[in-house]
Every structure is written in C-alpha cells, then in structure tokens.
Design a protein around this ligand. Structure first.
Ligand code: MLT
Length: 400
C-alpha cells in the first residue's frame, strides 16, 4: 500500500476559489431565475481582451509555426533568451538591474510560488502574513512545513513588519498585497531585507500586482532595495498586468547571489537548484506565448497594458465611492486592483458572502479565505466590466 502524503489532511477540502465557484453553482441551480443576474467580482480574473500588440505577436508566432524554417520544438526550460532579455529591459526601465540569466520563465506565479517550496527542507519555519494569498499557506501545509503568522490589521495598515523576537527561515511577502491592496514603501521593505540578511532567511516576494502601482515612490520590485539579491526571490506574472490569466506567462527571478550552506558544509545555490528543478520537471512556456509576452515588455506594449489597467482603476474608483458613501471602512484600489472592506452589519465574511449573493447577486471573496484576520472583511475585484461594476454598486447602494 502506498504511504500517502498525509499533510493533505491538514488543508481545507477545496481551494478558496474552487469553493466560491462551488457555492455560486449551487446558488445558480437553486435559483435558476436569478442565475443570469449574477455579477462576478470574486476571483481576480480580467475581462478585457488581450492588447493589440499581443494579438499581432500571437498571429506572427502562430504563422511562424506553419513554416519549417521557423518552426520551434522544445525550447529552453528557463525560457527563450529574447523573452528573458525583454523582462530584464523592463526592469532596467524601472531603474533595476536584473541579469537575464537569473530570470526563469514559467506559466504562473501560482505554480512557481507553490513549487518553490521543494527547494527547502520541511523543517524550516515559514513566516506568512495573515491575511494573504492562500497558495502560500496551502502549499507549505501540503509539505508539512511549520507555518507561523504575522498579523495584518487595520492598526498596521495590513503591512506587518519584522519582529526581531520572531525567527523565520522563509518569509512570504506580497506587495501590492493580495487581498488587501496594501503596499510596502522602500523603508518598510528595507526593514524586511535587513531582517532577512541578519537572520539568514530567504524572502519569497510576490510582485504580481506591481503594474497597478500609481504612487511613483513605491517600490515595484524588491530588488529596488540594496542587498535584496542576497536574500530574495521575486515572482511576477502577466496575468493581471497584461490580461494573461488564460494565456499563461510568469517569471521568477532567482539571483545567483542567493547561496546558503548545507548541513554537510557544501555551498548550495538556489539559482542552480531551481534551474535543476525546472529543467527536470518543466518543459517551458510555449514559444508562441513567450513571443507574444516579449511584446508586452516593450514601451508600446506596456503603454497598452496601462490603458487596460486604467479601465480597471475606474472600476476601483466606483467601488470606493460607494463604500465611502455608505461609511464602510475600506482600503486598496489605488495601487492594486482589489478593494478590501469591513463587512457591514458586523457580519462574518462567509455570512456576508451568502447575504450579498442572495440579496444582490454579487459574488465577492470572503476575507476568511485569506486568513483568520480576514474573517470580518471582504474583497471585491476591479477586474469586471464597467457596466457590471456600476450595476453591482447600484445594487450594493440599495441594499445597505
Ligand atoms: C485572486 O483572485 O486572488 C487571484 O486571481 C488568484 C490568482 O492569481 O491565482
């Protein structure tokens, strides 16, 4: 009989967004007359199509696959040189130097933040903010690693800071944060880098929402902080930046400076380990997708993405205005596509989820799905269409 990974008994039966989809389906089945009125502002899935440059590039790449001279088979597991260089150039335009050789192209920040746990032995202490993107907690729970939490609360603007009394080997940070939208400034990030360097810890930094930052003083990469290359891996994705949720493209930066001493005294490089892992278990993101993604990182490509992001910001403003009018405490929506607010009527978040679905046919994300500290909060995304977001806010206004 196989011995199973019994740590799976310690995760909830289903992943947060799968559970939301299940509950919505039940509602649709039991209320067929209301099914077509449902407005989905739950999972952060984009609604605008891919940009013009991306579509052009996709067509070019597809055509090139029809001709033997330009046909591409297996590519490098780390990603094509042209795509890694395009990402490094994008970093450079933001004033950050990243070696293309440190960049690994993949199919999602979700996959990479989940898979990276393999590089670390299971007796590490993992420090995770609460509330936070549930993938970090679920994947480390599946490994059986010890997780400790740091509190994000209204008092600290949902930006927990390092505590010298707490020792952690691996630290997850997500900024701009999913779900709260809170973003670390340079001084705060420097405190984290200093902590990691002092304690020989590694920071796993998720910057999937960097393109949503409007405040020019906020860092868009942890590598904006001196010393970060010696202690941090950065994950980023085009899902939200360029509407690639269905197209799939992400990148992970593992600097060669990240070296640690093994228990037998050997020096191990996280870059070499990740390279070994990816070349063994991954055959690369499709050429066609990498070709189109490279277009996103050009100045013109990014300007088009920013137009779409501006469209979503307008939705965020609509949501924020409604919450202000109703005197409901909220944060986010300025440097992030998410708005995080206190559940009205002192409801708990799953109760509020049901209430909102039942009475206004609006789907959101209950804060409890992101951690204990989220249990009285709720998240709405600005990724909907204008008309749907406006209609949702009209219903919200009438309901409260
Ligand atoms: C979310 O809604 O939190 C995200 O869309 C989930 C993800 O990026 O995997």
């Amino acid at each position: 009989m196989p011995k199973l990974n019994e740590n799976y008994q310690n995760v909830k039966d289903s992943y947060l967004f799968a559970e939301i989809a299940r509950r919505v389906k039940v509602y649709e089945e039991t209320h067929p007359d209301k099914a077509d009125q449902i407005i989905r502002l739950g999972i952060g899935d984009v609604t605008l199509p891919l940009t013009k440059s991306v579509i052009e590039a996709l067509h070019e790449a597809v055509d090139s696959q029809a001709v033997s001279e330009t046909f591409m088979g297996y590519g490098p597991e780390q990603g094509y040189e042209f795509a890694r260089k395009a990402i490094a150039d994008y970093y450079a335009r933001n004033g950050i130097e990243v070696d293309p050789a440190a960049i690994f192209i993949s199919d999602g920040a979700k996959s990479d933040t989940g898979n990276i746990t393999e590089l670390f032995s299971n007796d590490n202490v993992v420090l995770v903010p609460d509330p936070v993107y549930p993938v970090y907690v679920d994947t480390n729970t599946m490994d059986g690693k010890k997780i400790i939490y740091m509190n994000g609360t209204e008092e600290n603007d949902f930006l927990p800071m390092p505590d010298d009394k707490v020792k952690a080997d691996i630290i997850y940070l997500c900024s701009p944060n999913n779900p709260t939208g809170a973003s670390y400034n340079k001084e705060q990030l420097k405190a984290w880098v200093d902590y990691a360097l002092k304690n020989d810890s590694v920071i796993l930094y998720d910057s999937a929402y960097e393109a949503f930052i409007t405040d020019q003083d906020l860092p868009r990469s942890i590598y904006a902080i001196e010393g970060a290359k010696e202690c941090a891996i950065e994950f980023c994705s085009l899902s939200k930046t360029a509407g690639f949720t269905g197209t799939r493209f992400s990148y992970t930066v593992v600097p060669t400076e990240l070296v640690f001493t093994a228990s037998n005294g050997a020096t191990l490089s996280l870059h070499d380990m990740w390279n070994r892992r990816q070349s063994t278990k991954f055959n690369g993101t499709p050429y066609i997708i990498q070709y189109a993604a490279a277009r996103v990182f050009t100045e013109e490509g990014m300007a088009e993405c920013q137009q779409n992001i501006e469209y979503y910001r307008e939705n965020a403003r609509m949501i924020a205005e409604t919450l202000k009018k109703k005197n409901i405490w909220f944060t986010g929506g300025v440097n992030s596509p998410y708005i995080w607010f206190k559940c009205p009527k002192e409801m708990e978040s799953w109760e509020f989820f049901d209430y909102l679905l039942e009475n206004a046919q609006i789907v959101g994300t209950p804060g409890a799905g992101f951690g204990e500290n989220g249990k009285n909060y709720f998240r709405l995304t600005s990724f909907g269409k204008h008309e749907k977001t406006a209609e949702a806010m009209k219903r919200f206004d009438e309901l409260f």
